[in-house]
Design a protein around this ligand. Sequence first.
Ligand code: ZN
Length: 512
Amino acid sequence: MQGKITPLSELRPMNTLYNVHVRVSRTWEYRGKSEKNPLIHFDMVVIDQKGYAMYYEVPPQVVDQFKQYFQEGKVLYICNACVERAKPGYRVVDGPYILKLIMRTQIFEGNSNDTNFPKYVFSLTPIEMLPQYARRTDRFLDVIGKIIAISNAAVVRNTSGDLMMRRLITLQDHKGNTIDLSLSGQRALEFDAEAVFHIGQNHHVIAIFVGTLMKIYREDYKFLSGTSACRWYINENDIPAMRTFQRGLPSQVTPIKKLELQSEDYMEQGVEEKTLFDLKQIDPLTDKNKRFQCTVTLISIPEKEQWCYRACRVCNSRMIPGDDGYQCTKIDGCSCKQYDWKYKVCFRGADDTHSLEFMFFEKKGVELIGKSAKTLRKQHDPSSIPPEISQWISHKFIFIVKVLFKRSVRNMDPSFEVVMIKQRHGKQATLPNIIQSVSNDDLPPLVTISSKQKTDQQSLSYTPQFTDIQDMDVDQQSDAWDTTENHSKSQINDNDDKKHEEQKRKKLKIEG
Ligand SMILES: [Zn+2]
């Protein structure tokens, strides 16, 4: 090892290479959105003797060559290190420059027991200040808190539809402010929850989590997200900040609670895959608790179907205008007068066998559309479909659905609620080619005619007279629905069934 050692604080992105003497504080692999992706770069935070920290990026092609040195805690001499300007986002440590490993870089191992090198680097943000960092990606956040609850590691689906591990941890500060932290992927498994829970029954467990981001779920749930860049230090006696935190805690210990996080794969267990023609045959009563998987292209939005409704803040039931303001329509009574706008987005979806109605309620609506009904309602009337919703027409999905009992029993075809968006296949150039009329006995007028000419239905549907007959009969049918409409108002899942009929009629016209 030759040449002058430069302190990290003096490095500049000039046409020169530097020699540095540092400890590896933490390392992680960056693979983008999914841990299954190929390595994009290997990342480290290094600290010098003066406690100055820097981010160090290693290109994937040289990782294997140097892997033996890239271990947390090791002290290294890095020769011919290249300095670059830091990118504006996702800064792990505050500072304008970063180190980058280049082909000419050489690494030698130093004395890892040298106590002059700090082990940890963090810049703590108080829990009460965290919400203001929501959705910001300029820098990673470091946080200290007492662990008050931890969950099991569960398999859940992320926004891109991949299954991944997730574990929740609740942190609390001295003032009682709390924040949930969600560890995902490998980090969820690496966290030793059993040990923390066990010790946490009789002792305080203080943790520092570094490299987290503040995120928002469903507009109002703010939480810290810990992915591969996240690391943690638990009850480390050599971290002064932890000792200081400990001094502020009461002597009496409140045991750590267990949180139950449900795995989504449980939901997929026993799920039958069905075509829409098969789904049409299900019995809304006996199959009301079953879940089904289907592949569906969204083809239309029933006309005049409202995309949102006034949902009771207490029970989610529909609110209707009453004598003094709005009142909840829950059958067995609910005195709540306040409501929020929530989704009840209705799509017609199809595969090559049939078309059926699919409803998105608030949670899945937010997942599909990316914002809450409350937000969308500020710009759009409930009766005009926002482009944020209509843009999903002609997109293909794999859904897990369950039947909407109340809405289905009054209809010819059952309606389904989307309980999970399992896969997104994107926008389709062509819509499904539904063989609608063949062996399709759900429309009363068709049954009437087919009793005479069963085999000719397909060809008949292309003759003008047939369309006229259809229209007439469906009109009568619509009247029938009008009379039942008042009843359907009483439940959230029961929307204007007339619209369904109108949609059917519209469709028939198009086909005719
Ligand atoms: Zn209510």
